[in-house]
Design a binder for this molecule. Structure first.
Ligand SMILES: *Cc1c(COP(=O)(O)O)cnc(C)c1O
Length: 532
C-alpha cells in the first residue's frame, strides 16, 4: 500500500481540523438561516426517481467538503420546521440547548451499552432518567430506565415486561400467544398494534376499550373488558394508559385504572397486569406538578389557571404507574432520538435481564450499571441523555413551565375563536393539551347542532357521510387556496379515536409546538375559514 496516500486519508478524515469543521458548520448554519426566510416546505422538491438508480460512490478519497457536498441537497431539501406556521402535528424545531448537548455527544460518540464503552456518559443517562423520573413519579425511591429510539420502542419495553410478569421465562421458552392479552384505549397510539405484532402476541391479543368524549378510556368498559378476558382464561399482560393522545390529547385516569386492575386481578387470582403509561406526548404537563396556583408566580392568565390545575391533577396520578414512556423529542423539543422508558421500581427490570453468559462480549458486564444486560439494543446512542440534561438544566423548570403554558394558551385561544363560528365545532373542548381538533362545515350550517344530532342518533348514515365528506372538502379547499407565506399548515385526521354513536370522527387538526407561533397566526387561520 502507498503509505503516503494512506496517511493522507487518515489525516483528512481522522485528525480533527477544527477550522475546516467549523467552516462547514458555519455554512450549514447560514443555509438554515436562509431557509428561515422562506415559507415552510419550499426548499427543494424531491427526486425519488433516481435515488435508487444512481447510488454511485466516489472512486477516489476526497475531503470533508465532499462530505458536505454529498449530503447538502438533502439537507437543503429538508424542512427544519422552524416556521411558526407549522401546526400539522407534534413536530417542530428542537431547542438549541439540545443542539449543544447533541453536538457534545457526537464529538465523543459514546456507546451506552456498558460502562467501559461510555464512562461518564453512562452516568449521564442515569442522571437524566432520574431527573425525569422525579418529575413524573414524584420522587419515587428506586426508578430506573433507559433511552430508546422512540416512543414505540419505549412502549415495546413495557409490553415485554408485562409478558414476562404473566408468563415467567418467556424470554427463554417463548410465549403462549393464545393465552395473552393486552389492553389499550381506542384513542391510543397505533404503535401498540406494532408492538403486539413484534412481541409475537399477534394483533388479536390487543383489546381496545372505548373512550369518552374527553378521549379518556371509559372505566366501565375497562372493567367489562377485564372481566371478559379473565373469564375467557386469558392472562392480561399489560394495560397501557395514554397520557395525551396524539390527535386530541385525551388523558386516561391512571389512578382509577390502577385500582380497577388491582382489584380485578385479585378477584380472579391473577397476576396484576403491568400498568404502563404512554406519555410520549403529554409528559410535559408534569412541569406544572409543583406550580403554586394561588401565588401564580409566572402570572398565567385567569383563563389558563383551570387548565394548569387540571394538568396537575392528571400528572399526580402518574405515581400509580409501573412504567412510563416519555418522548423528549416531542413536546420537550429535543433532538431525535430522545425517548425514555422509566420503571417506577427498578426491580421490574429483572424481567428483561439476561445473564453475562447471554452477552459473551460483555463478559465483564455488571448488572448494576451496564444497560446491555437488559436492553433490546446492543449499541445505543448517547444523544438522548445529552439533549435532555442540556435542555432541562439550561431552560430550567420555570422556562419549561412557560413553554408548556404558552402552548396550552394558544390551543385555548384557537378553541375559543372556533367556538364563535357557527359552522365550526371543536371536538376536544375539554382536553388540556396543545392539540385542537375540529370540524369546518359550509357556511350557513350549524356545526354544533349537527354534532348533537349525530350524538342523539338523529342523522341517517347518508347524512353523516355527506357531512363528513363536506368537512374533508372544506379542508382541501383551504389547502388549495393557501398562501404559503401567511397561512398556517394544518393536518387532517380520519379518526380522532372517539366514536360518536358508532361513527369515527374525522377532524381538522392543529398542534401548538413552535414557541414562536402567536395569536396573529390564529387570527389569520380564522380569517382563512371565513374566506372559504
Ligand atoms: C408519537 C407517539 C408514539 C410513538 O412515538 P415515536 O417516538 O414516534 O416512536 C407513541 N405514543 C404516543 C401517544 C405518541 O404520540
Amino acid at each position: 500500500m502507498d503509505r503516503d496516500q494512506y496517511q493522507n486519508v487518515v489525516h483528512t478524515f481522522f485528525d480533527c481540523q477544527s477550522n475546516v469543521i467549523t467552516e462547514i458548520f458555519g455554512e450549514f448554519l447560514a443555509a438554515m438561516e436562509a431557509e428561515q426566510a422562506l415559507p415552510p416546505g419550499s426548499c427543494m422538491s424531491q427526486n425519488y426517481e433516481t435515488a435508487q438508480a444512481n447510488p454511485e460512490i466516489h472512486l477516489l478519497p476526497g475531503n470533508l467538503k465532499d462530505a458536505r457536498d454529498a449530503i447538502f441537497p438533502y439537507f437543503w431539501g429538508t424542512d427544519g420546521w422552524s416556521s411558526p406556521l407549522h401546526l400539522e402535528n407534534v413536530r417542530g424545531p428542537a431547542n438549541f440547548a439540545s443542539l449543544v448537548g447533541a453536538l457534545a455527544c457526537l464529538l465523543k460518540n459514546p456507546n451506552l451499552c456498558t460502562d467501559s464503552y461510555s464512562q461518564r456518559s453512562n452516568e449521564l443517562e442515569v442522571k437524566s432518567i432520574t431527573a425525569l423520573a422525579n418529575l413524573v413519579f414524584y420522587h419515587t425511591k428506586d426508578p430506573w430506565g433507559v433511552f430508546t429510539s422512540g416512543g414505540t420502542v419505549s412502549n415495546l419495553y413495557a409490553g415485554k415486561i408485562g409478558v414476562e410478569k404473566v408468563q415467567p421465562g418467556a424470554m427463554r421458552d417463548g410465549i403462549q400467544a393464545e393465552e395473552l392479552a393486552a389492553v389499550v384505549s381506542d384513542a391510543s397510539h397505533y404503535c401498540n398494534k406494532t408492538i403486539v405484532g413484534w412481541l409475537g402476541m399477534g394483533l388479536k391479543s390487543l383489546h381496545a376499550v372505548p373512550v369518552d368524549n374527553k378521549l379518556a378510556m371509559r372505566l366501565d368498559k375497562l372493567q367489562e373488558k377485564l372481566d371478559e378476558l379473565y373469564q375467557a382464561g386469558k392472562k392480561v399482560a399489560y394495560v397501557v394508559a395514554t397520557f395525551g393522545t396524539t390527535d386530541a390529547f385525551g388523558i386516561d385516569d391512571v389512578a382509577a385504572i390502577r385500582k380497577i386492575i388491582d382489584e380485578t386481578a385479585q378477584r380472579y387470582s391473577a397476576v396484576v397486569p403491568h400498568l404502563h403509561v404512554d406519555a410520549a406526548v403529554g409528559w410535559t404537563l408534569c412541569f406544572f406538578g409543583d406550580y403554586d396556583l394561588q401565588k401564580n408566580p409566572l402570572k398565567f392568565s385567569e383563563e389558563l389557571l383551570p387548565w394548569i390545575a387540571q394538568a396537575q391533577k392528571h400528572a399526580r396520578n402518574l405515581q400509580y404507574a409501573d412504567s412510563i414512556t416519555i418522548d423528549v423529542h416531542k413536546m420537550g423539543r429535543a433532538h431525535y432520538p430522545s425517548s425514555a422508558i422509566i420503571v417506577n421500581q427498578r426491580s421490574d427490570l429483572r424481567y428483561l435481564s439476561r445473564s453475562v453468559a447471554d452477552t459473551p462480549y460483555f463478559c465483564e458486564a455488571d448488572s448494576r450499571r451496564d444497560p446491555a444486560l437488559f436492553t433490546l439494543e446492543c449499541s445505543r446512542p448517547g444523544i438522548g441523555p445529552y439533549c435532555v440534561m442540556a435542555s432541562l438544566n439550561s431552560i430550567g423548570l420555570t422556562g419549561w413551565q412557560m413553554l408548556t403554558a404558552r402552548a396550552l394558551e394558544l390551543a385555548y385561544y384557537l378553541k375559543q375563536r372556533l367556538e364563535k363560528l357557527e359552522y365550526c365545532c371543536v371536538l376536544n373542548p375539554g382536553t388540556c393539551g396543545a392539540n385542537v381538533v375540529w370540524w369546518v362545515l359550509s357556511k350557513g350550517r350549524d356545526a354544533k347542532k349537527i354534532y348533537k344530532d349525530l350524538e342523539d342518533g338523529k342523522l341517517s348514515p347518508e347524512d353523516v357521510g355527506r357531512f363528513f365528506a363536506e368537512i374533508r372538502r372544506q379542508f382541501d379547499k383551504r389547502d388549495r387556496n393557501m398562501n404559503d407565506a401567511i397561512d398556517a399548515r394544518l393536518s387532517y385526521t380520519t379518526s380522532i379515536g372517539f366514536e360518536l354513536n358508532g361513527y369515527e370522527l374525522p377532524a381538522w387538526k392543529a398542534v401548538f409546538f413552535n414557541p414562536k407561533t402567536d395569536e396573529t397566526v390564529i387570527d389569520r387561520l380564522i380569517e382563512s375559514l371565513e374566506d372559504l
